[in-house]
Design a protein around this ligand. Structure first.
Ligand code: GDP
Length: 360
């Protein structure tokens, strides 16, 4: 593709979304719900498979969110959710010294309220200056709740009795009060005018899907409004990413799962990967994506692709990956000077080491 690439070189990538929150507050369930809804709404095969991440393209966001998202209003291509929720993954996964995630969802159980890991998450978000919204989860557990599967919050709220509405209001205001105690001015998302100044709270149920249309609409709107410039990338440029995980894979040896946040990676690229000691210089042997479920029985779980553009999750098979480490930078060399790229990776690794010491 290299010499004949006719695409517009500047393009907008999908924002990368992370999910944080206290244990058992519903991070995994929320990701599962979003993934499940995306699969149902997408025609078979329409959803590109990713490694370690779930892509929800704009047209699928719009079919899940209904009237809340008109695709005409957006030019960002959708949202990419990192599949491993939690603080560890958030703090390990970095890009150019900052957080890899462009935006975060902080999940808070409406019954359980603020807990130690909720506070820890807020601290991490504050320090990394990551914009976030709060998903006030498990609204379906309010006694007497009338379930309306996958409904936007407004419609389901209107269908509740006064008593149920009152109880939910109390729980939501408690969360808003807790956020304020932590120095974040927050409000129910439909009252927020400026998401840069105020944190929006979205009532949801990861179980019934209620409020999920709103959650996706707010994430999409916030990204479009405040992060568009940061999403401008050179799609044809050399890829830049972060290692999610280092894994042994039958038939391929050691592989790295990476999240690519800039440029393109191709099956014939040379790479520099951050290692436990020195940067590793290696050549891509194969770029692997999960094979659609229907085809798995007969063949390998993965299929080879020629190239992938940001933002994306992809598995890379290459020699010499034994010392590669999660959280380390990955850079495609392509037509640049190898030494320069090695130095860039070294500098990023040094940054990570300093930060780890500071936090440790
Ligand atoms: P995580 O530790 O934050 O990833 O939490 P999980 O997603 O594993 O959820 C913890 C428990 O809460 C599980 O038993 C879920 O089924 C349950 N749960 C999560 N979200 C909801 C929800 O919206 N409503 C109800 N009723 N239960 C939920």
């Amino acid at each position: 593709m290299s010499d004949t690439d006719t695409r517009d070189p500047t393009s907008l990538r999908t924002p990368i979304v992370a999910v944080l929150g206290h244990v058992d507050h519903g991070k995994t369930s929320l990701l599962d719900k979003i993934r499940g809804s995306a699969v149902i709404e997408g025609e078979a095969g329409a959803i590109t498979q990713h490694i370690g991440a779930t892509a929800v393209p704009l047209d699928i966001v719009s079919s899940i969110a209904g009237d809340l998202v008109d695709p005409e209003d957006f030019d960002l291509p959708g949202l990419l959710f990192i599949d491993t929720p939690g603080h560890h993954s958030f703090t390990t996964l970095r890009s150019r010294g900052g957080a890899l995630a462009d935006i975060a969802i902080l999940v808070v159980d409406v019954n359980d309220g603020f807990q130690p890991q909720t506070l820890e998450a807020l601290d991490i978000l504050r320090r990394s200056e990551t914009p976030f919204i709060v998903a006030a989860n498990k609204i379906d557990t309010v006694p007497g709740w009338n379930e309306n599967e996958d409904s936007p919050i407004n419609a389901t709220y209107e269908s509740q009795t006064d008593r149920v509405q009152g109880r939910l209001d109390e729980q939501l205001y408690e969360i808003i009060g807790n956020l304020s105690d932590e120095g974040f001015s927050a409000d129910l998302y439909w009252r927020v005018q400026n998401f840069q100044r105020n944190v929006g709270v979205v009532p949801v149920s990861a179980m019934t899907g209620e409020g999920v249309p709103d959650l996706l609409a707010v994430m999409m709107g916030l990204s479009q409004r405040y992060m568009k410039e940061e999403m401008e990338i050179d799609v044809t440029g050399p890829g830049v990413g972060t290692v999610l995980e280092v894994k042994e894979e039958k038939g391929f040896g050691k592989t790295v799962d990476i999240v690519l946040y800039d440029g393109t990676i191709r099956a014939d690229d040379q790479l520099v990967v951050g290692g436990q000691n020195d940067p590793i210089v290696t050549d891509v042997r194969a770029l692997l994506q999960p094979r659609p479920l229907a085809e798995i029985r007969t063949e390998s779980r993965f299929e080879k692709v020629d190239e992938v553009s940001a933002a994306a999750g992809i598995k890379v098979a290459a020699p010499e990956l034994d010392d590669a480490m999660a959280g380390a930078p990955v850079r495609v060399v392509r037509d640049r000077n190898l030494e320069d790229v090695v130095h860039e990776v070294q500098a990023e690794l040094a940054d990570i080491a300093v930060d780890t010491e500071e936090q440790g």
